[in-house]
Structure formats: structure tokens, C-alpha cells
Design a protein around this ligand. Structure first.
Ligand code: GDP
Ligand code: ZN
Length: 458
């Protein structure tokens, strides 16, 4: 497949001490060589070598920047095409002028995700891996980043491929029985079909079980902090944010989301809702019943109900405790550095001990207890990174469900003694659904949709 040559800025614009222009395609080396002044001629440079020199506009001899140029030859590159990366000085000016020069010399500006799309189309990665690259770019916490990285390496694909092979083997076997009944191949019995399908089902169910946790790691736990004025909500938010200065994973190309704040609590990303409201100094808006907090409450996966231990329980708090007891609520008993005035028994009536956390937002005490309580709710105890094979992509989850239901049909048909050639259809459709996860026979529109989620330069 002959493609044209594309280029884009591969690093986040604006910041950083270097910026990279990535060029991919058959003309990549020649075109960059034509504007690169150096001791070496790029055209004869070996793959995976770095060269020092200057980018110069041949039209007017103007030197644009001092650069390092990396050459990666097909197929040993991200796109499996010839790739040249030009590292310029940081900031918009240098990188834009270098990109502009290349575009004037016949290279096309890449569409968002086009590099990754080429990697997929050239067979370097499968679709699940390509989608993981999107997640990688967007990941909001270290843990989510690790998860996406594993998937980009193919962790999900590795689990899907053997399931598919077992199904295709079964199908082939059935086929032989139907087409060549006279042959001496053992007949596929209902029992064989049931066993194979059930074993595939079991593996799919295991993958689906990871989906919830994977989603949380990827998207973060939507969290609302509620409580009476002065309970310490703002202080808790600040304490959490302070502990997590480095949580915005600084991956090139990331567009930072500033509407909500995502903080990482021991590796678990929490998406704090309505942080503007909480940070507001006027506590009038924080009153229970205020529209905004109520919306936040409804949307939340996790509610942190902050109560001041230094005061007796207020009627509003009694009401909140009652309202929220069936939700994923953690009661944060705050200000433990001050004398206790709160009758805890009232709280304990509706909340188990592992849902009550004692802390001092002011002194930063007790945050690790809060972390434990959160993992208890969302990860049945631990968030150990041992097995990071999580399915976290909504499209994959839907396809796994579809495959699962086809296989359930096949098992049922086998049990009911329905002829083997009819069961075949269910097995084939399970095989196809699993294939869609990997991008087998993916339609053009699906591909466009997936790759359009990318940032430029990926
Ligand atoms: P909010 O109205 O719920 O947001 O409460 P703030 O976070 O604004 O806190 C109200 C007051 O309580 C402030 O003066 C805080 O400094 C104080 N405060 C918050 N948490 C603690 C704590 O753990 N210990 C003590 N001693 N004071 C606290
Ligand atoms: Zn406040």
C-alpha cells in the first residue's frame, strides 16, 4: 500500500524544552534530508540513528533551528513506514516553522490519529492496541497510564486470540463433518461443542469481570465531597490535591481537562466534581439542597461526606447520613486534632466501621485510611498492579457481551440437541465479535471514528 507522506507536531505545543515534528511515509527521509544541513547525509543514514545539524530553508538560506534528527526505516518504526523525527527547540515558533517548511515541500499535514491508523493498517498493531494508544494519551493517573500501556502492548489482544483459535478450530471441525461425512474424522458431538463453548465463555466472563475495575482506572471514580459549611470540605480537597501534585501525567499531546480536577489517591484516580463549588469561599452555595451539589451527588460513584467531629451532629447531617447510606458513601470524620464532640454511635447505626474514616484535613492525617476505604469499595480490597489485564474500552466490553451471548446460544442449542450445522452460526458470530475487538474486518467508518479521537501527531 503506497501512502503519501505526512507530518505533525508530536509533542504538546507550548511547553517543554524540546518539540518533535514527526514525519512518516515514503518521502520522509528525502524531504527532511533536503532541508537538513549536517555532516551526514540522511539519505544514507542507517535506521535508528540520530543526527545533529540545522534545519535550513533552501529557498532563502534561512536557518530555522538547531535540531536532532532521528531516522527510523520501514518496517522498524511506529507506523511501519520510514519515519523521521526532528527534535527542535521547545515553544511554538521553532516547531511550527520547521513543520511549515516541510509542508511547503510537499508533505501533507497528518490528521489526528493518522500515525496510529497507519500503524494499524500496516499491521504493526491491532485495533485494541491502537485504541489503547488513545487511552495512553489521555490517561489521568499513573495507574491508568500503566493500564493503557499494557493494552497498547497487547494484553487484551493476547487473551482474545486463543479464545478465537479454539472457536475457529471447532468450526473447522464441524465443517469437515458436514462437507465430508464419509471421511474418517471423529464427529463433533454436542458434548464437544458444549465443552469448547463453555471454556470460551469462562474466559470471556473473566475478561468482563475486569471491565468495571478497568473503567474506574481509566476514567476515574467520579467523586463528590459533601457536608455542612465549615465541616472541612475545601480543606480535604486541598489536602488531597497537595498530596498529589504530580498527578497530571504529562504525556505529550495531552489536552488538560480543567473542568474537573482529577487527583490520584494511592494510584486510584478520583474525579472530583464541582471543585469550583467546593473551593468557593462563600459557603452559601454549599448548602445541602443547592441544585449544583444535588446534581453532583446524583452523578457521583463515590461520596465523601465530611462531618466535623468537633461539633455535635447537626440535623442536616442526620438527613444526609440517612439519604446516602445506600450509596457508595464514606463518612469522613474530620478535625480529629480537636476535641471530640460528636456522638459516633449515631453514625455507626447506618455505617459499618470500614465506611468511617477519621482524619484531620488541616494536619493531613488519615489520608491513607481514606485510600484504604476507597479501595475496599471499588477493588474489593487491593489495587495491586500484578495483573493489569483489564478490559476498559466500552467498545470491547460491548463486543465481549455479544460474543458471550452467542456462545450461550450455542451451548443451549447443543443441550437441546439442535443440529450441529445450526449451532455453527452462533459459534461463527462469537468468533466474529471477538475479531472486531482486534479490528479484523473492521469497517471504514468504525476506523474513522476510533482514529478521530486521537490528538494531532499521534
Ligand atoms: P468547608 O466549608 O466544608 O469547605 O470547610 P473548610 O475546609 O473551609 O474549613 C472550615 C474551617 O475549618 C477552616 O477554618 C479550616 O481551617 C478548618 N478546618 C478544616 N479541617 C480542619 C481540621 O482537620 N482540623 C482543624 N483544627 N481545623 C480544620
Ligand atoms: Zn468550603
Amino acid at each position: 500500500m503506497v501512502e503519501d507522506t505526512i507530518a505533525a507536531v508530536a509533542t504538546a505545543l507550548g511547553e517543554g524544552s524540546i518539540a518533535v515534528v514527526r514525519v512518516s511515509g515514503p518521502e520522509a527521509v528525502d524531504t527532511v534530508a533536503g532541508v537538513f544541513r549536517s555532516k551526514t547525509d540522511l539519505r544514507s543514514a542507517a535506521s535508528h540513528t540520530v543526527h545533529y545539524g540545522w534545519i535550513r530553508d533552501p529557498e532563502n538560506e534561512q536557518v530555522l533551528d538547531e535540531v536532532l534528527v532521528t531516522v527510523m526505516r520501514a518496517p522498524r518504526s511506529f507506523t511501519a513506514e520510514d519515519v523521521v523525527e526532528v527534535s527542535t527547540h521547545g515553544g511554538m515558533v521553532a516547531v511550527k516553522s520547521v513543520l511549515g517548511l516541510l509542508l511547503r515541500r510537499g508533505i501533507r499535514m497528518a490528521e489526528p490519529g493518522e500515525f496510529t491508523k497507519r500503524a494499524f493498517l500496516n499491521g504493526r498493531i491491532d485495533l485494541a492496541q491502537a485504541e489503547a494508544v488513545i487511552d495512553l494519551i489521555r490517561s489521568k493517573s499513573e495507574r491508568a497510564f500503566q493500564l493503557a500501556r499494557k493494552q497498547a502492548e497487547g494484553s487484551v489482544s493476547k487473551r482474545i486470540v486463543p479464545i478465537r483459535s479454539s472457536l475457529i478450530e471447532l468450526l473447522a471441525h464441524v465443517e469437515v463433518n458436514i462437507d465430508y461425512p464419509e471421511h474418517d474424522v471423529a464427529e463433533v458431538t454436542a458434548g464437544v461443542i458444549r465443552d469448547t463453548c463453555q471454556s470460551a465463555l469462562k474466559q470471556i466472563e473473566e475478561l468482563l469481570r475486569t471491565a468495571d475495575e478497568g473503567k474506574i482506572l481509566r476514567e476515574g471514580i467520579v467523586t463528590a465531597i459533601v457536608g455542612r459549611p465549615n465541616a472541612g470540605k475545601s480543606s480535604l480537597l486541598n489536602a488531597l490535591a497537595r498530596e498529589n501534585k504530580a498527578i497530571v501525567t504529562d504525556i505529550p499531546g495531552t489536552t488538560r481537562d480543567i473542568v474537573e480536577e482529577t487527583i490520584s489517591l494511592g494510584g486510584i484516580p478520583l474525579r472530583l466534581l464541582d471543585t469550583a463549588g467546593i473551593r468557593e469561599t462563600s459557603d452559601v452555595v454549599e448548602r445541602i439542597g443547592v441544585e449544583r451539589s444535588r446534581t453532583a451527588l446524583n452523578e457521583a460513584d463515590l461520596i465523601l461526606l465530611v462531618i466535623n467531629r468537633n461539633e455535635p451532629l447537626h440535623e442536616d447531617e442526620r438527613e444526609l447520613l440517612r439519604q446516602l447510606k445506600d450509596r457508595s458513601t464514606i463518612v469522613v470524620v474530620n478535625k480529629i486534632d480537636l476535641p471530640a464532640m460528636l456522638d459516633l454511635e449515631e453514625v455507626k447505626k447506618d455505617y459499618a466501621n470500614d465506611r468511617i474514616v477519621f482524619l484531620s484535613a488541616k494536619e493531613g492525617i488519615g489520608l491513607d485510611e481514606l485510600e484504604k476505604a476507597v479501595s475496599q469499595i471499588f477493588f474489593s480490597g487491593s489495587v495491586e498492579a500484578a495483573d493489569l489485564t483489564y478490559v476498559s474500552n466500552a467498545r470491547h466490553i460491548a463486543l465481549l457481551h455479544r460474543a458471550k451471548s452467542s456462545l450461550e446460544d450455542a451451548v443451549r442449542a447443543a443441550d437441546e440437541g439442535i443440529p450441529v450445522d445450526l449451532t455453527q452460526i452462533d459459534i461463527a458470530s462469537a468468533w466474529e465479535s471477538l475479531g472486531e475487538i482486534l479490528g479484523d474486518a473492521a469497517g471504514e467508518s468504525l476506523l474513522d471514528e476510533i482514529f478521530s479521537k486521537f490528538c494531532l501527531g499521534k
